[in-house]
Design a protein around this ligand. Structure first.
Ligand code: CA
Length: 519
C-alpha cells in the first residue's frame, strides 16, 4: 500500500474513533430531565410526612401518600426555607439572588407603585423596592435585571415548560409572561399570584363580564367542566411532558401549582375524608386542596414510571413560603403550623420553614434525612449543577449555594448562613409579621424588627417553637449575629424603610445595638 494511502487510512480510522469516542461521551453527558414541583403556601406541617422528629396532629389530619412515596426513596430536607411571601421566593429561585439583593422584597401585581398597605403604614415609609419584578434587560424601572434560570437551561439544550402560577412581574411588564424569562411553553401563568377560582364550572374566574386580574388564563378547554384547577394543570403538564420527550431534548418542568393558596375552595373529590373529621369548614376545604396537590404529584410520578422516565428525571418538591395562618383559615389564628410559630408573612419559623423533598436517580441511592439549613436561592446553582452547566454567564451575583451534593449518597456540603430581608408590609398582621431582617447561623436565629428596633434571639435546635427569646441572656452572641447580618445587608446594598416621624432610615442592626448600649 502506498505510504500516502496508508496515512489516509490511519487518519480516517483515527477521526472515526475520535468521533465514536465523542459520541459516547455526549451520550453519557446527556443531562437528566428536571421536575420542580413547586407548591404555593404549603406549610411545614401540611402533610402526612412528619418534618419534625415526631408526628403531629396536623400530620395525622392531612393525607399526602405521594409525598410519602417520594420521601421513601429520596432525600427529606427538614430545615428548608423560603421567604415569608410569594414573589421574593420566586425571584430568588429564578435568579439565585437573596431577597436583599434582588429587591423584589414583597409580592408583586400592580405596576410602578407601592400598594395601599405599604403607603398607609402608620409609622414606616417603605423604600421603592422592585415592584415590577424580574427583567432580562436593564431598561425597565423598578425591576431586577438578571439572567433567569430557565433561560440558562434553554440555552443549554433544555426544553423548558412552565405550568401554573407565574408571578414574576407586575401587570403589563414582560416577565408577567413566563415565556419572556426563558420558558419555551407557558400554561396558565401570568402576573397574578392567586387564582380567581379553582373550579372549572366557574371558568377559573373567567365567567364574569369583567373578569378580575386573578382569572386564570389559557385553560379554555376546561371551562364549564367539573374539574379542579390543580387537576386541569396536571393534565396539561403531562401533555407538555409528552411533547417535550418527542423533541429528544431533556426537559425542565416547572410545575408551579396555584394551590394551596387562597381562595380556599374544596376539591369535591377529596373533601369527604375531612368533613368526616368534624373540622371547621375552611379547614376541611384546605385539607382537600392539600390532598389534591398530592394527587397531582402522584399523577406526575405515575406518568414518569409508565413512560420509563423515572430513571432519568430529577424530582424536587418545594413550597414558596410557610402555611397561611393570619387570615382565611378556620380555628385559632397563627396556630396552623404548630409546633412552628405563626405563619405566612412572618419571620418566625411558621412563615419561612417549608416542606422539601428531592430525588436524583442514580445519585440518591438510599433514603436520607438532611437537617442542614438551606434556602430558596440555593435551588438556582443546584439545578445548574444537576444540568451539568458549569460557570454560566449571569449578569447578577449569585447568593445561593448548591445542595446538589446533599442529594447524593455519601456527600456533604458545608453549612452556610441564611438571610431574610423584608423592608415591607404584607397586609395582614400577627406574631412576627412586619418589617424585619434576620439571619440563621445554625443553631441560632437572630431577628431584627425594624419598627421598634428590637432583637429576638432563638436557639432553634432546642426551641423550634421560638418560645424562649435569649437576646438578653446571650448579648455576645446577639452582637456577633447582628454584625453578620449587618455585613450581609451592606454587601447587598439592602434597602431600609424610614420612620415617618423623623424621616430617618431604620439603622442597620449594629447601629441599632450601639444606640441601645449608649443609652
Ligand atoms: Ca406563596
Amino acid at each position: 500500500m502506498p505510504k500516502n494511502l496508508l496515512s489516509f487510512v490511519y487518519k480516517s480510522l483515527f477521526i472515526g474513533l475520535m468521533g465514536l469516542f465523542l459520541a459516547c461521551q455526549n451520550t453519557q453527558k446527556t443531562p437528566p430531565n428536571i421536575v420542580l414541583f413547586f407548591v404555593d403556601d404549603l406549610g411545614w406541617q401540611d402533610t402526612s410526612v412528619p418534618f419534625w422528629d415526631k408526628s403531629t396532629p396536623l400530620n395525622q389530619r392531612y393525607y399526602t401518600p405521594n409525598m410519602e412515596r417520594l420521601r421513601a426513596k429520596g432525600v427529606q430536607f427538614t430545615n428548608a426555607y423560603s421567604t415569608p411571601v410569594c414573589s421574593p421566593s420566586r425571584i430568588s429561585l429564578m435568579t439565585g439572588m437573596n431577597a436583599a439583593r434582588h429587591r423584589v422584597t414583597n409580592w408583586t401585581l400592580q405596576p410602578d407603585v407601592l400598594q395601599p398597605m405599604e403607603i398607609n403604614h402608620p409609622t414606616l415609609e417603605f423604600p421603592q423596592w422592585n415592584v415590577n419584578g424580574l427583567a432580562t434587560s436593564d431598561s425597565l424601572p423598578y425591576t431586577v435585571h438578571a439572567t433567569p434560570l430557565p433561560a440558562i437551561l434553554q440555552q443549554n439544550g433544555y426544553h423548558t415548560i412552565h405550568v401554573g402560577k407565574g408571578h414574576f412581574g407586575a401587570l403589563g411588564y414582560p416577565s408577567a409572561d413566563p415565556r419572556n424569562i426563558g420558558f419555551d411553553q407557558n400554561i396558565a401563568g401570568h402576573a397574578a399570584g392567586a387564582p380567581a377560582s379553582y373550579w372549572g364550572e366557574e371558568h377559573f374566574g373567567n365567567n364574569q363580564v369583567n373578569p378580575p386580574v386573578w382569572a386564570v388564563p389559557g385553560l379554555e378547554n376546561y371551562h364549564g367542566q367539573p374539574i379542579f384547577l390543580t387537576e386541569a394543570l396536571t393534565q396539561e403538564a403531562l401533555k407538555a411532558v409528552a411533547t417535550a420527550t418527542e423533541t429528544k431534548k431533556p426537559f425542565f418542568l416547572y410545575f408551579s401549582l396555584y394551590g394551596v393558596h387562597t381562595p380556599l375552595m374544596a376539591n369535591a373529590r377529596f373533601i369527604d375524608r375531612y368533613t368526616a373529621l368534624d373540622l371547621p369548614q375552611q379547614e376541611a376545604k384546605y385539607a382537600s386542596m392539600i390532598e389534591s396537590m398530592d394527587h397531582a404529584l402522584g399523577e406526575l410520578l405515575d406518568y414518569l414510571d409508565r413512560n420509563k422516565l423515572t430513571n432519568n428525571t430529577v424530582v424536587l418538591f418545594m413550597s414558596d413560603n410557610g402555611g397561611l395562618s393570619a387570615v382565611a383559615r378556620g380555628g385559632e389564628k397563627h396556630t396552623h403550623n404548630a409546633p412552628l410559630k405563626s405563619g405566612k408573612g412572618a419571620i418566625y419559623e411558621g412563615g419561612i420553614r417549608v416542606p422539601m423533598l428531592g430525588y436524583w436517580p442514580g445519585k440518591t441511592t438510599t433514603p436520607r434525612v438532611i437537617d442542614q439549613p438551606l434556602i430558596i436561592e440555593d435551588f438556582f446553582p443546584t439545578l445548574l449543577d444537576i444540568a451539568g452547566i458549569d460557570s454560566p454567564q449571569t449578569v447578577q451575583t449569585i447568593d445561593g449555594k448548591s445542595f446538589a451534593g446533599l442529594l447524593q449518597a455519601q456527600s456533604s456540603t458545608s453549612s452556610h448562613p441564611l438571610y431574610w430581608h423584608y423592608p415591607n408590609a404584607w397586609g395582614p398582621t400577627g406574631p412576627g409579621i412586619g418589617s424585619f431582617s434576620a439571619v440563621r447561623n445554625d443553631p441560632w436565629k437572630l431577628i431584627y424588627f425594624h419598627e421598634d428596633q428590637h432583637f429576638e434571639l432563638y436557639n432553634l435546635k432546642e426551641d423550634i417553637g421560638e418560645q424562649n427569646d435569649l437576646a438578653k441572656e446571650h448579648p455576645q452572641r446577639l452582637a456577633q449575629l447582628a454584625q453578620q447580618l449587618t455585613a450581609h445587608l451592606q454587601a447587598t446594598a439592602a434597602q431600609m424603610p424610614r420612620y415617618k416621624t423623623t424621616q430617618q432610615p431604620v439603622p442597620y442592626p449594629t447601629d441599632a445595638l450601639r444606640q441601645v448600649y449608649s443609652e
